[in-house]
Design a protein around this ligand. Sequence first.
Ligand code: V47
Length: 359
Amino acid sequence: MTNRDVHLERIEEKVRAGHRLDLQDGIACLTTPDLFGLGRLASAEKERRYGRRVTYVFNRQINPTNVCVLTCSFCDFAARPNSPKGYEMSMDEILDACKGGFREVHIVGGLHPKWPYEFYLDMLRAIRRAYPQMQIKAWTAVEVDFFGKLARKDVREVLADLKEAGLDAMPGGGAEVLSQRVRKALFPTKIGAERWLLIHRLAHEMGIRSNVTLLYGHIETAEEVADHMLQVRAAQDITGGFMSFIPLSLQAGDTGLADRPTPAGLDLRIVATSRLMLDNVPHIKAYWVMTGIPPATLSLNFGADDVDGTIGKETIAHMAGATSPVELLRGQLEEMIHDAGMTPVERDALYNDVEVAAA
Ligand code: V47
């Protein structure tokens, strides 16, 4: 027996009829007492699209520096310029970290006040030259905006430069919650929703596909989460360039934003709701680095169809106290997917299949 929820029954009818969910439906999903009912709906939607398939990528995450001019209160990774906590990787260290035959390198870092624009382009060129087979997913809209200021260039020109230097795709970080209230409270110096969405729209128009994240588990309300999803859906209706939606569970660390880890029920509600609300975003990612492995495994029966990757060495979440492993081996990721009753499929950065592992 589950807790019956008439709102969820109405949502089920809408989903069956192929009607889009609205703000109130999103809030109802996020607050339903019938968690399993929600999971069943979202899982059916995932199965309709992908059956038992769950994808993963053999990747390496590199965070070249944590030195950052921003002051976002949810971030324990960033170090103010001149702080002893700051680090900077050299080009050789970055190239060395790419060794290992990875399909994808995912690069994101702080907004360093002294690194020149050319350094970022050189980084792409050097990686492309040394590892021509590896796809490069690099820099959030927040960084791209910053590069524009550094180079005194329009964002379109920056994106063209990055693409020419070897960029294959953009990660979805920096969206946080697309809400003016949350922005003011937690990240007032970072670009807001309009600019973030504009940069992704321009990237999509130039053939650079990207992802979109949601940071949850802090001060956000269910209405703000549902609205974030609607803004993403509306943007996707225009360009179709988002590949995946990635909920990021807050790692509270020393941020003071939460006195306990995000509840697993919230992880599952967010994944399931995003699968149902975001009918035009193909992939929903269970990002095990933030949730830990048990909720990520459960998410695969709540609508998620991807687990990101092997990661290599994660620092953003782990500097904020994440207790998940800093990396997983391919076999461990596959084991996690099997554990959820699903079939692992290896993909590349653009979600093309590369190899189907034996089930
Ligand atoms: O933009 C920072 C978030 C993001 C914390 O596109 C935090 O494939 C939780 O965007 N707790 C970077 N989150 C990571 C990211 C990402 C990760 C995996 C895959 C992809 C992709 C993108 O991490 C930041 C910020 O939103 N973040 N601090 C924290 N304490």
